[in-house]
Ligand binder design. Structure first.
Ligand SMILES: [Zn+2]
Length: 55
């Protein structure tokens, strides 16, 4: 039996400059998680906080 899983493609957007550096998919079955990740921003060439950006 296949579970019904809601998945949504999202962007990880740099909080500092708004550059969208990563694209991934998350489960939205229980709402969109509020995640902030420290990722490498290719625009600034530094590690910054990235947040989820829904399409
Ligand atoms: Zn940035």
């Amino acid at each position: 039996m296949a579970k019904k899983s809601k998945r949504e493609n999202i962007w990880l957007e740099c909080k500092q400059c708004g550059h969208r550096n990563y694209r991934t998919s998350i489960s939205t079955a229980e709402g969109v998680p509020k995640i902030e990740l420290k990722k490498f921003c290719s625009n600034e060439r530094a590690h910054t906080v990235h947040k989820i950006r829904r399409k």
